[in-house]
Structures are given as C-alpha cells and as structure tokens.
Design a protein around this ligand. Structure first.
Ligand code: GLN
Length: 495
C-alpha cells in the first residue's frame, strides 16, 4: 500500500489491528517522506534506527493481541520534550549537545503505549515565538502557499515543526506544547487540529520549562478523532509534577457522538477585534451557523477583561521564563562559551548566556527580570497576576451561567510570510496570540479546528474553549464542527 504516511491515527490503528499494514511499513513510509522533505526543515534530529526498533516491537505486540490505541503509530516529537538518549535542545544554542538521561512523562506515556518516534521537531527557541523564526535550526516552512506564489510562509509557532510535519504527512501526528497558543496557532496556520488540554492534564515533567504556570502539552493531529485518541494516551497523573491532576482520564474517543443538541455555545463580544480581516469575521459567522444547525444554542456572552490578556501574558510569561532560564549557565547543561585567559565565573555565565540565547529569549529574560525586580514587582508582576485572576473569573462566570463551550476565531489572520513580521515591532508578532492567551491564563482547554480557506487558499480555523477537565465534551463539540465544515484541503506538494 502506498502513501501510508498520509493516514491519520485512527485509520492506521484500524489497519494495524486488521493486519492490513505493519508498524514497520508505516514507519518506513514516514521516514521516506521525511527524507524528501528537507525543504520544510520540520524534523531537526532524526531517529530512524530507534523508530524501526520501536516499530518492530510494536508489531510483535499487535500480533500478540495487546495493542493500545497508539501502538505502532509513528509520531514526531517537539524538541521541547526531553527524550532519553536523543538530543533535546528546545531549539536553542545554549542546549547544543544536550542529550537527556531521562524521558519526559508525556513521551514515556506514548512509548509505553507502543508509539514510534521518528525524530525531534523544529520550534521557536524555548517555545518563545509565533512563527518558528527564533529557532537555532532556522525557520520551519509551511507546506501551504498563497495561490500560485512561491513566497515561503510560516507554519506558525512555537510548535511550527510539528505543524509543518503533520500537515505535510511526514508523520501521523505530533506532540506540541502551548503556553500562549503554540499548539492552536500553528495548527490553524497549516489546517490541522490542535488541542491544549486543561492545565494539569498532561505532566510537565521532562518538558523544558518556559512559563510553568501556563505550559501544557497536547496533540497536533490530522483530525479531531485522532486528537481524542492521542490526548488520552498523553494525559496522566504524575507525582513528579505537583501541578498534574489526579483525575481519571476518560476514553475521549468514545465521547465523539456528533450530538451537540441543546449545548449552549457562548459567543464573546470582546473577540470582535477592530481591524479584524473580513474573512475571519465571515469564518466565525459560518461556524456559528454550523453549530446552530447541529442543534446548539448560541448565546451572546461578555468576557470583559479580554483586552488586558495580552499585556498580562507578556508580563507573566517572561517573568516565569527569566526564572526558569536562570539554570542555563554553562555549568549543568549544553554549551559553554569559550573563555579568555583570566575570565572568572561571572564572565563564564555572561558569555555563555550572551552567545547561547537568541535575541527573543534575551528580550524575554530582560523583561522578566525587570518586572520581577524589587522596585517594579507590584506595578507589573503583581498587577498582571490580579488581571489574570479577573480573566479567569470572566470564564468561571459564563460557565456558571450554563455555557458549555465558547466559539472564537483561532488566529487573527492566515499564515503570514516569513520575515513579514519578524522585522516589525515585537508587539505586532505578539498580537498573533490575541485569541489564544486568555485560555492559558485561565488554565482552560482549547482546540483549533480548520473550517475554511481564505481567498488565497490558505487554511483558517476556529477555536472552541471548554470547561475545565471537560476535554471529552469539548472534543465532541469540535467533532460536530469538523463534520459540518468538512474541511479536506491539503497543501499542494512542492517540496
Ligand atoms: N507566541 C507566544 C509567545 O511567544 C506563545 C508561545 C507558546 O505558546 N509557547 O510567548
């Protein structure tokens, strides 16, 4: 069978169980696709030998009748996850040469279920960015193009390599992480599904920390069913992460009934942004009609503190990052700068950090250090925390009033050209996160689902935000939206 790399997780699982394909065949198809897709710069550390070894083990397991859902399915893993014996650099120069002695809990869960790792995926350095342009490995490239143009577009960020790889069928699915939108925005820019679960659902242990109170892992997949399958395996209670929750993980796939009759879907008036492209507005209106036609009730709601979300995020995230990144000092991990005669420990720290961190990371460390400094702590950091509590309360109030899920656009635009925003004022880049950061600040689950294309044929997505711990219900609403939208477009192959 050809084109096995084009399968989704559910399809491949069913074929494996039926004995129609083997994991080794699936894995070889993906390795072949990766080899001919160097132009996308999505995979940055390939692990073909490990992949074949894992695939052989999975095939034995499937033959013996003990096959969890994710068994034998070849995946890409974002470089932010520590993978034992495999380079894990968070796309940073400062972690050059770092090979972890341990496995992140999320990847361990996937491997315990028999999944296959094809390699590590490109991303923004330390997950800071919205375009994959801050990566030490260079840009990942979006497989989609505008009409007949050959302008290189961003696959979004920070999980840009994951997005490009899944959309170009280099793997069946990939892991991502989301601190302010880094699963949902790149998923939207390439026309795939991406879910950030409730904060605490997936263990953060072994995931290189950016902003610990916001970071969550999640799956990036070819459709909603696949997201349900993969998320279930990724989630677990983990004593090694004190913020991971001890709640049963439901069978999310079994909750996909496509029945959303009577569900109350909130439409927040504050998400009608000034200057929003007409196409995004139209997409949102279409999404409302689809959910209504499926039997849901639309309710106008207000989330009054939305306008403060971006400023609060861009205080809290850098503050936590500056503290988390203090550990990279040239002593314990990765690369140390070459020192001059007479340099002492201070010079060693300074030179290592100046050389090892890229510009955006340095900017965030400086902002974070500033907002946490004695003189400004109350004015910035404490105030941002108070704003965060108000944003969270906005959501609690609408859920208490009976809203089941909230429908918004996923991004303010389709994928943009590489370089188009990186030279601008950084705030312009930060505006990409305008619809997604509120969800991280409130710790809620959010999912991006592709529902249309723009006038140039680029994918556009809507976001659904759910109640805490109710990913199953959220996935089902997303499933209904996906079924109505019937989005099937794929990028034309040019690479
Ligand atoms: N784009 C946002 C940032 O740069 C979000 C990143 C993320 O979710 N990891 O901080």
């Amino acid at each position: 069978m050809s084109d096995l790399n084009k399968l989704g997780l559910a399809e491949a699982r069913d074929k494996l169980r039926a004995g129609d394909v083997t994991s080794v065949e699936l894995t070889q198809a993906c390795l072949g696709a990766i080899e001919s897709a160097g132009a996308l710069n999505a995979f940055v550390h390939n692990t073909p030998e490990l992949a074949i070894e894992q695939a052989k083990a999975a095939d034995l397991r499937i033959q013996s009748g003990d096959a969890p859902d994710m068994c034998g399915l070849p995946l890409g893993i974002k470089d932010l996850f520590c993978t034992k014996g495999v380079p894990s650099q968070a796309a940073s120069g400062i972690l050059n040469g770092f090979v972890p002695e341990y496995e992140s809990t999320v990847t361990q869960n996937l491997f315990d279920a028999g999944s296959v790792m094809l390699g590590k995926l490109n991303m923004d350095e330390f997950a800071m960015g919205s375009s994959n342009e801050t990566s030490v490995y260079g840009n990942a490239i979006n497989p989609w193009r505008r009409g007949n143009e050959d302008t290189a577009l961003t696959p979004g960020g920070s999980s840009g390599g994951s997005a490009a790889a899944v959309s170009a069928d280099l793997c069946l699915a990939a892991t991502g992480t989301d601190t302010g939108g880094s699963i949902r925005q790149p998923a939207a820019f390439v026309g795939i599904t991406g879910i950030k679960p409730t904060y605490g659902r997936c263990s953060r242990w072994g995931v290189v920390a950016f902003a610990s109170s916001l970071d969550q892992a999640g799956p990036m997949t070819k459709n909603v069913r696949d997201a349900a399958i993969m998320l279930e395996t990724m989630c677990s209670h983990d004593p090694k992460d004190s913020t991971s929750v001890d709640l049963p993980v439901p069978n999310f796939e079994a909750m996909l009934t496509d029945d959303i009759r009577g569900k109350k879907i909130g439409i927040p008036k504050e998400y009608h942004m000034d200057g929003m492209p007409a196409e995004i507005d139209a997409l949102w209106a279409e999404g409302r009609e689809m959910l209504k036609a499926a039997g849901a009730e639309l309710v106008d709601i207000s989330l009054p503190h939305t306008k403060y979300a971006l400023p609060a995020y861009y205080v809290i995230a850098p503050a936590e990052a500056s503290s988390n990144l203090a550990r990279y000092d040239g002593v314990r991990y990765g690369q140390r700068a070459t020192l001059a005669q007479g340099d002492g420990i201070t010079e060693m720290y300074e030179k290592t950090r100046a050389q090892g961190f890229g510009h955006e990371v340095q900017r965030r460390v400086m902002i974070g250090t500033y907002v946490l400094s004695a003189g400004f702590y109350d004015a910035y950091y404490n105030r941002a925390r108070k704003v965060r509590a108000l944003i969270k309360k906005d959501f609690e109030d609408v859920f208490a009033a009976g809203i089941d899920a909230i429908l918004t656009p996923a991004t303010p635009s389709a994928a943009f050209g590489l370089g188009e925003m990186s030279d601008a004022d950084p705030v312009k880049m930060y505006l990409n996160d305008v619809f997604t950061v509120t969800v991280n600040l409130a710790g809620l689950p959010g999912i991006a689902v592709p529902t249309g294309v723009d006038s140039q044929g680029l994918p556009l997505s809507l976001q659904l935000i759910g109640r805490p711990w109710e990913e199953g219900d959220l996935l089902n609403t997303a499933y209904a939206l996906e079924q109505s939208a019937g989005f099937v477009a794929k990028p034309g192959k040019w690479w």
